[in-house]
Write a protein that binds this ligand. Structure first.
Ligand SMILES: Cc1ncc(COP(=O)(O)O)c(C=O)c1O
Length: 402
C-alpha cells in the first residue's frame, strides 16, 4: 500500500482530455470560440437547460448571474452562513447587502425555518429580498421549490458549484432551473468535471441568458437596432460596437472549454465512482466505534446526490460544550495529516469572516463548523487509498473519547 499524500479532492485528466486540449491549441481559436459554444451546448443538454453561458470561473458565474437578474447597489441578498466565500462576495461586489441565513447542522443546507423567519422580519421592517442563493452543499440538492414558496418575489440563483449531476426531488436535474431563475456551476479541479478554471450559468429565461452573454464580455453588443448612434451615420459600420452596461471580461477560453467537453462526456462515470466511494464510507461509519465517534452529513437520496464532498461530523455528546467537539475535530484533522491524509474543513462560517462580520448568531452553522471534516473523495481515489483513510479513522476512534 502506498503512503503518498491523499488530498481531499483532485482532477482525473486522461489522454482523451489532453488530445482535446492539444487540438484546441492547434486551432484558430484560443479565446472564446466554437469550443466554448460546443461546451455550452453539451452542458445545457446534460442538465436539461435551454442554454448555458460559460465563464472564467464559478465566482464570476455567480457575479454575472446576479447582475443579469438585476442585483445592484443597496439590494438585499440572502446567502447561507455555510458556503464558499464567493456566494456572498459576488453580491457585495455588485454593491448589494448580504444577509446570512443559518444552516441545518445535520445537512449543511439552508435552514428553511430560519429562512422563513428572516424573510418575515425583513418584510416587517419594509425590506424587500431581491435575491437568494440556495447552495447545494456537498452535492445534496437544496429544496429550491420550498425556497421559491417562501420568497415568491425574489430572484433565485442555485449555487450548484458542488452539484453537477444532482437531481431535485421533483426529478428535474440541477441546472434545469425548475424552481429558480439561474443555476451556476464551477469547474475547478476538485469539482465533478474540470476546465482547470471555469464556470457556467443556466437561466430559466432566454433574455436573461442573452444579457449574461453580454455581461461576460464587457457588456458589449453589435445590435444595430439598439445603437445610440444612427446606424446610417458614417461613424457606424461593420466594426461598430456599443457598451450599454459597464462590465468585465469573464470569458472562458476555447482551450479550457475543450477540456470541459471532453470531461463532461465522463460525468456519469465520475458520479458513479464518487457514489461508490461514498457508499463505502457510509458502510464503514455505520457501526462499531467509528459510528460512536463520527456521523456522516445527511444528504437524502444517494442517487440524487452528486457527492462532491464526503463530510463527517465529530459526534457531540449531550450538552457537551462546542469547544470540546471542535478540539476533537482539530485532533482528527491533525491525526489524519500526520498520516498523509489531507482532509479539509468546508467551510468557516462566512458571517464570521472580517469582510462580512455579521452580528447575529448562527447556531446551526456554528455547530456544523465545530464538528465537520471533509474526507478524501474523488474519482481517482483508489480502493486501497480509501482503505488507508478508513483505517486511520478507526485508529483515531480508538483513542478519541468525548
Ligand atoms: C459553493 C461554491 N460556490 C462558488 C464557488 C466558486 O467557484 P470557483 O472556484 O470556480 O470560482 C465555489 C468554489 O469552490 C464553491 O464551492
Amino acid at each position: 500500500m502506498s503512503d503518498a499524500p491523499i488530498p481531499y479532492g483532485r482532477q482525473l485528466v486522461d489522454a482523451d482530455d489532453v488530445e482535446a486540449v492539444k487540438a484546441a491549441l492547434e486551432s484558430d481559436f484560443l479565446t472564446q470560440g466554437p469550443r466554448v459554444a460546443a461546451f455550452e451546448a453539451a452542458l445545457a443538454a446534460r442538465v436539461g437547460a435551454r442554454g448555458a453561458v460559460a465563464v472564467a470561473n464559478g465566482t464570476l458565474a455567480l457575479e454575472v448571474a446576479y447582475a443579469a437578474l438585476g442585483l445592484g447597489r443597496g439590494d438585499l441578498a440572502l446567502v447561507p452562513a455555510i458556503t464558499f466565500l464567493a456566494t456572498a462576495s459576488a453580491a457585495v461586489r455588485l454593491g448589494a447587502e448580504v444577509r446570512f441565513v443559518d444552516v441545518d447542522p445535520e445537512t449543511g443546507l439552508l435552514d428553511l425555518d430560519h429562512l422563513a423567519a428572516t424573510a418575515e422580519t425583513l418584510a416587517r421592517g419594509g425590506r424587500r429580498v431581491a435575491l437568494a442563493a440556495p447552495v447545494h452543499f456537498a452535492g445534496a440538492p437544496a429544496d429550491v421549490a420550498r425556497v421559491r414558496d417562501l420568497l415568491p418575489d425574489a430572484a433565485l440563483v442555485e449555487d450548484a458549484a458542488h452539484a453537477l449531476g444532482a437531481v431535485h426531488r421533483d426529478g428535474s436535474p440541477v441546472g434545469a432551473c425548475a424552481s429558480s431563475d439561474a443555476v451556476i456551476f464551477s469547474f475547478h479541479p476538485v469539482k465533478h468535471v474540470t476546465t482547470a478554471e471555469g464556470g457556467a450559468i443556466t437561466f430559466a429565461d432566454d433574455a436573461r441568458r442573452a444579457l449574461a452573454e453580454r455581461l461576460r464580455s464587457h457588456g458589449m453588443h453589435k445590435d444595430a437596432a439598439r445603437f445610440s448612434l444612427d446606424p446610417e451615420s458614417p461613424f457606424v459600420g461593420p466594426w461598430y460596437y456599443e457598451c450599454d452596461v459597464a462590465s468585465t471580461n469573464a470569458r472562458l477560453s476555447d482551450v479550457h472549454a475543450a477540456l470541459g467537453t471532453s470531461q463532461l462526456a465522463k460525468l456519469d462515470h465520475f458520479l458513479a465512482r464518487r457514489r461508490a466511494l461514498a457508499a463505502r464510507y457510509d458502510a464503514a461509519l455505520s457501526d462499531g466505534l467509528l459510528a460512536e465517534r463520527l456521523v456522516p452529513l445527511r444528504g437524502g437520496d444517494p442517487q440524487a446526490h452528486a457527492r462532491h464532498l464526503y463530510v463527517v461530523r465529530v459526534r457531540r455528546d449531550a450538552r457537551e460544550p462546542l469547544e470540546r467537539v471542535a478540539a476533537r475535530r482539530r485532533d482528527l484533522f491533525l491525526f489524519l495529516a500526520e498520516r498523509g491524509i489531507r482532509a479539509q474543513v468546508h467551510y468557516v462560517p462566512v458571517p464570521w469572516q472580517p469582510a462580512f462580520r455579521a452580528t447575529e448568531n448562527f447556531p446551526g452553522a456554528e455547530s456544523y463548523y465545530a464538528s465537520c471534516l471533509s474526507l478524501p473523495l474523488f474519482p481517482a481515489l483508489s480502493d486501497d487509498d480509501q482503505a488507508r483513510v478508513i483505517d486511520a479513522l478507526a485508529e483515531w476512534a480508538t483513542r478519541s473519547a468525548p
